[in-house]
Design a protein around this ligand. Structure first.
Ligand code: AMP
Length: 435
């Protein structure tokens, strides 16, 4: 990791620091249901407070409309509805302005942060308006102001220069600690630095930790290195598969994406999820693995059903068949028992394991056994570095109570996948290099 971190900054006393956090926490009826992201941000915030910095915190929450901008922009989904005559732009905007300040406000996060940080946090009800400007100006050493949801401005995602200038006017130093959005190039995640508006730009402890564990494990893994990929579609993980094949010893593929591979090998996959356009790609990857002497493991048995459960967590009748012989009217929805054992055995003998994506339709308890088995295998792996790359697999590990048995559970699903792809994340690329 050659990027500067907050620890590399000297003399923070009295300095105005803008910290981009990822406070996009799950909420239900106005209450935070999982505060992991808030807890993850605390080490950086506490350090800056101890050093006597004046701290402005900012984050997005969900996918709101641009209700704080002069112009409210519609998203693609809205436009489709308007074009289909189902509703009008005015109705969408009116509803957004009524609902979103309550549903997608960061006020509950500010309240929780204030409890966790000894009453040192105030909340600004806007981002670049009067309230924010006054509260940032009044912020004392060792205290914080949390701005309202950045995405109430369309300018955030569009990297608007004037918006960036207003954010930059709050600070002498910029700290990015939002790993979950580090793969996005938005105003507060990268543009504010890319435009040259803040010269001192470093990462916080959370990003440092994510990078150190994940990037270092990918670049210098202890072998045997096993990578496990699952999830719905091959198309979403093309570059991940290709990049990981070059680095790991064994690539395990489960979940919906396995069936395109199984079909590419000439298997019968019934009505399972398949991406026919990617069959050639899968053949290429199978050949690449062979040429490089890598092991590419696919499920040998599969839990199948005649229908996809509806609702997704509703009752489902299943049986287990060979993965390459799925009957014409059945679809594969989870890895079978034999496969679970094979995958777990590989994890047991590994020294580095990374995992992204469920092994089946894990939302349904009957079809979650494969995903649970992989989570258990990672939790039980002794002496290995085990990394879970965010998203569904991270949620599964946390819900199963394995969080402290796994070396690292990433706070960013999309961002960690892009790291696995070998991409440089814009929110990290823009930061100052050490020395
Ligand atoms: P992703 O967002 O690509 O990680 O995919 C996660 C989704 O893949 C979850 O909602 C799972 O229900 C779904 N999934 C996993 N295995 C299958 C499968 N065999 N058939 C259909 N969907 C699946």
């Amino acid at each position: 990791m050659n990027k500067m971190t907050v620890k590399d900054l000297k003399d923070l006393k009295g300095k105005r620091v803008l910290v981009r956090c990822d406070f996009n926490v799950p909420m239900k009826d106005g209450a935070i249901t999982d505060e992991n992201r808030i807890i993850g941000a605390l080490p950086t915030i506490k350090y800056l407070m101890e050093q006597g910095a004046k701290i402005t915190l900012c984050s997005h929450m969900g996918k709101p409309h641009s209700i704080f901008s002069d112009e409210v922009k519609l998203n693609k989904k809205d436009k489709k509805k308007v074009d289909a005559g189902e509703t009008t732009a005015e109705a969408i905007i009116e509803k957004a302005k009524k609902d979103e300040p309550k549903k997608l406000t960061l006020a509950p996060v500010a309240k929780r942060l204030n409890e966790l940080l000894g009453g040192k946090v105030t909340f600004a009800t806007d981002v670049v308006g009067k309230d924010a400007q006054e509260k940032v100006a009044a912020c004392k050493e060792g205290e914080c102001v949390l701005l309202e949801n950045l995405r109430f401005h369309w300018e955030e995602e569009k990297k608007d220069l004037e918006f960036c200038k207003k954010l930059a006017s709050y600070c002498d130093i910029y700290v990015n600690d939002a790993f979950g959005t580090a793969h996005r190039s938005h105003a507060s995640t990268a543009a504010i630095v890319e435009y040259g508006l803040v010269k001192t730009a470093v990462c916080g402890f959370l990003i440092e930790k994510e990078l150190t564990v994940m990037a270092d494990s990918l670049e210098h893994p202890t072998h045997p290195f096993v990578a496990i990929l699952g999830g719905a579609k091959v198309a979403d993980k093309l570059n991940v598969i290709s990049n990981l094949l070059e680095k790991c010893d064994t690539l395990i593929i489960g979940g919906g994406m396995a069936y395109t591979f199984l079909k590419a090998q000439g298997g019968k996959i019934g009505t399972s999820l398949v991406d026919d356009e990617k069959i050639d790609y899968c053949k290429e990857m199978i050949a690449k693995a062979k040429a490089q002497g890598k092991e590419l493991l696919l499920p040998v048995d599969t839990v199948v059903s005649k229908e996809f459960p509806d609702p997704i967590d509703g009752p489902v009748t299943v049986k287990t068949v060979k993965s390459s012989e799925i009957p014409d009217d059945y679809m594969g929805l989870d890895i079978g028992e034999e496969t679970r054992k094979i995958f777990a055995e590989k994890v047991k003998n590994a020294k580095t394991v990374i995992w992204n994506g469920p092994m089946g339709v894990f939302e349904n308890p009957t079809l979650a056994k494969g995903t649970v088995a992989v989570a258990e295998a990672l939790a039980a792996a002794k002496g290995a570095t085990t990394i879970v790359g965010g998203g569904d697999s991270a949620a599964a590990c946390t819900q199963l109570g394995f969080a402290d048995k796994i070396t690292h559970i990433s706070t960013g699903g999309g961002a960690s996948l892009e790291l696995f792809e070998g991409k440089v994340l814009p929110g990290i690329a823009c930061l100052n290099e050490k020395n």
